[in-house]
Design a protein around this ligand. Sequence first.
Ligand SMILES: Cc1cc2nc3c(=O)[nH]c(=O)nc-3n(C[C@H](O)[C@H](O)[C@H](O)COP(=O)(O)OP(=O)(O)OC[C@H]3O[C@@H](n4cnc5c(N)ncnc54)[C@H](O)[C@@H]3O)c2cc1C
Length: 306
Amino acid sequence: MIALSDIHVWQPKSVEDAWKLKAELAADCRIVAGGTLLRTHWQAGSAAMPRHLVSLDAIPTMRKLEEAQGTAVIGAAVTLAELERHPLIGDRCRPLAAAVKSIAAPSVRRLATLGGNLVSAVGDTLPALLVTEARLEWYGSEGEELEPVGSWLERVRSGAAPGNRLLIRIHIPIQPLQPRRNPEMSFAFYRKIGRREAFIPAVVAVAGTGGLAENGKLRNIRLAAGGGATQAERLTDAEEILLSDDHWSENLPAIHNHIQRQYQACTDPFRSAEYRRITAANLITAELWAIANQMGRGETGYAAYS
Ligand SMILES: Cc1cc2nc3c(=O)[nH]c(=O)nc-3n(C[C@H](O)[C@H](O)[C@H](O)COP(=O)(O)OP(=O)(O)OC[C@H]3O[C@@H](n4cnc5c(N)ncnc54)[C@H](O)[C@@H]3O)c2cc1C
């Protein structure tokens, strides 16, 4: 066991320096953002404490959140509390705003970062990032590269994601500011069920975005589920059926079945895979039901259920 006095915390000022340090110190080093997840692993003994920690705290590019051409560009070390307060996220990236608010307690959110949540590959922001089609900007031996979050998760699942990269920024297309009377209703939702009501990682988290045309047809629908040790995934079968079915609102039981069939939930000591699959299907079809009811009342505009 390493004594705390033997641990060296490095505070590089640039992404390049952080990456060089990580490469030089190799196995005895860990990148640390807020440290809230790493700390739980060290305390539980499920990961060894390294001799070197490379903090991302002093890298200005990783702490910035700005808008660029309809996209929110979020530094990987921006904290969940900063995201929670930022109007760009609260008003125009609602699934992420709802996900962030549901994570841990406010004291943890003041330290915890979006990058740390995402790189863990099981963070509760992932369903929201999947439905908003976030892209991840990495720095590694090949320089900088941009990768859709869905492709990265697939590579994590198959064991093919490079482990030595640094996540620099997350790019998320944001909801346009809509004119007052838009005939198409756009919707977004994020729902999370935990083992208790708050301050705890999800058993199941689902998210969805899309549009509803005046004729009742769904457009651009994107659905995702994740939570616990289960990696988040897009529910493409249900999406396809919803897009092709003019009477989707009458066929929600079939959608429920498709979600259960596609969602690859896993069992852990707390909940079975079956419980997670049914819960994900229940949450999503309940949201679709609410959207269909809103349509029935002829309401338009932006609806978000969080
Ligand atoms: C009491 C408590 C409750 C919690 N509740 C929740 C919850 O409800 N939902 C949830 O999802 N999580 C929860 N967590 C876990 C954790 O707080 C969050 O996932 C948090 O967002 C992790 O961010 P962090 O900055 O602290 O990550 P860290 O602990 O610093 O890092 C996590 C991992 O990511 C790597 N990493 C971090 N940043 C980068 C980067 N830019 N590039 C490459 N690698 C990087 C680190 O090396 C490490 O492997 C909880 C934790 C605690 C202690």
